[in-house]
Write a protein that binds this ligand. Structure first.
Ligand SMILES: [Zn+2]
Length: 502
């Protein structure tokens, strides 16, 4: 997630929950004349064709845990291997409907399965292994009574037909750019998802916890002139019912539910090539075209820059889609971001593909594993390329400013690894852990530090990790016992001292 709230700069789809400036020219043009998604001209380099995507359910296996901070979401008795979502969106009525087919594995003997499922949605027919099952809804949960109990490690296929007008839910945050989470639906029929630490359940039945990563096969049918966007390998757009078009995306690498992208709007589509022909996909509104072309022309370079430090980009595609809210989210292979964002924020969200998306925190205590690394990568980029306005931002100055804030952030929001539950994604999980990483670097030296960072990602691709495994990895890899340093930076209510001069 992008680190700090910024004022709204432009928006072409006002949301009731946000106070957004409107740029009338672009908005009127967009809302008045929806046309089919267009393919703009690609900059230099063409994306390499992808080998066919193959879904291996074994890659969807996880070891789900109960969250210590938000235990009301997620269910450790269930491991979803694959979400096959076949959905339709009606912008006129703002109704979502369709069928979710979940391949699930029981992690313990169960006679019912409870999934997160928003109360604004209504489940219809539910089946288990093809047989109609009884299901009930309460408190943003869907509980399916199994016709036959499942033994531990036994799998079953659940289908849930459902429909409704999705509604966001309160976010456990004090930051002002994201007061709600879930699928945001605008009056004009456009929609987008922001769902960290939870909120995917506002648009599909889900084990809504990062410890249960799964594969995805997501199809969304929209009327002509609209486009539905998500991460994963894009499949050819197909004709849908009533003259609509079906957009389909397949993720053969595991995705945590908070990283699933969804955007529905009158998007234009542009493709480009990243390092080694990596396919890049950009989705934006016509009024945003100029700024998006300027911004996205740098993405290939940014990915290359990150690869030099942290190893090969860990996914098959990359890209971004725009949203009208001034914030950003590292949704897997398809960043969700407002147009006109600073380069450093793009680097931040791209860096999450190494730190957070490929190597995912097992529960929300370890949010710092995401944001500490992303902020540190962002600071390294700004050190070499300048800040938002192009001004020099030496690493030492950046770290000094963060250090000056560190004590106040710990006092206001709690230590990074023990933050106040209502203060999710506050600056304390961004700046303080980035300072910790710099301390590790200073202790072990550049060569060992960057080798450790590279190997942390490349050896743990497509897994969830936690503080214990990170600490053990750092100690083993560097040959030094940094446990006390890590514990101090993550747990102390005050800024650890002394911070050696940078
Ligand atoms: Zn972030």
């Amino acid at each position: 997630m992008t680190p700090r709230p910024r004022p709204a700069a432009r928006a072409c789809a006002g949301l009731a929950v946000f106070s957004l400036a409107l740029l009338s020219a672009g908005c009127e043009q967009d809302s008045g004349g929806p046309g089919p998604a267009q393919t703009g001209s690609a900059p230099a380099g063409q994306p390499s064709p992808l080998p066919p995507v193959e879904l291996d359910l074994a890659k969807g296996r996880s070891t789900p845990v109960a969250d210590p901070i938000y235990p009301e979401h997620g269910n450790p008795a269930v491991d979803v291997l694959l979400y096959d979502l076949d959905l339709s969106w009606d912008p006129a009525t703002r109704q979502l409907s369709g069928q979710a087919t979940l391949t699930v594995r029981a992690t313990e003997p169960v006679d019912e399965i409870t999934l997160d499922f928003g109360g604004a949605l209504r489940a219809g027919t539910v089946t288990v292994a093809g047989a109609t099952a009884t299901a009930s809804q309460a408190d943003d949960n869907l509980t399916v009574r199994l016709p036959q109990p499942l033994a531990a490690d036994q799998q079953a296929v659940l289908t849930v037909e459902y429909a409704g007008r999705p509604a966001t839910v309160d976010a456990p945050m004090v930051r002002t750019d994201i007061p709600k989470v879930g699928l945001f639906v605008d009056d004009d029929g456009s929609a987008f998802a922001l769902q960290e630490p939870f909120g995917a359940f506002t648009w599909y039945p889900v084990n809504d916890h990062p410890s249960d990563e799964a594969l995805y096969d997501l199809s969304v049918t929209v009327p002509a002139g609209w486009a539905a966007v998500s991460g994963g390998d894009p499949q050819p757009v197909a004709s849908g019912p009533n003259g609509g078009q079906t957009y389909r995306y397949v993720s053969a690498q595991p995705v945590a539910s908070y990283l699933v992208a969804l955007g529905i709007d009158h998007y234009e589509h542009r493709t480009a090539a990243g390092p080694r022909g990596l396919p890049l996909h950009y989705w934006y509104l016509t009024a945003e075209a100029e700024v998006i072309h300027q911004q996205t022309d740098k993405i290939g370079e940014m990915i290359g820059w990150l690869e030099k430090r942290f190893g090969p980009y860990p996914f098959r595609t990359a890209g971004l889609m725009t949203i009208p809210v001034r914030t950003g989210m590292e949704t897997q292979t398809m960043i969700t971001l407002s147009a006109g964002f600073p380069d450093a924020v793009m680097v931040h969200e791209l860096a999450h593909h190494w730190f957070g998306n490929s190597v995912t925190p097992r529960d929300w205590r370890d949010m710092w594993l995401n944001e500490g690394w992303a902020m540190y990568a962002q600071a390294l980029w700004e050190d070499e390329h300048g800040g938002a306005g192009g001004e020099p931002t030496p690493l030492a100055a950046t770290l000094a400013s963060w250090h000056n804030r560190d004590g106040a952030l710990r006092a206001e929001h709690g230590p990074p690894a023990n933050y106040l539950p209502g203060h999710f994604a506050s600056p304390n999980v961004y700046y303080s852990p980035a300072l910790m990483l710099h301390e590790i670097r200073r202790q072990v030296g550049d060569r060992k530090f960057f080798a450790m960072a590279n190997d942390w990602v490349q050896r743990n691709k497509d897994t969830t990790q936690d503080r214990a495994s990170f600490t053990a990895f750092v100690n083993q890899h560097t040959g030094e016992d940094l446990t006390a340093l890590i514990d101090q930076w993550l747990d102390s209510p005050t800024t650890p001292q002394p911070l050696l001069p940078t």
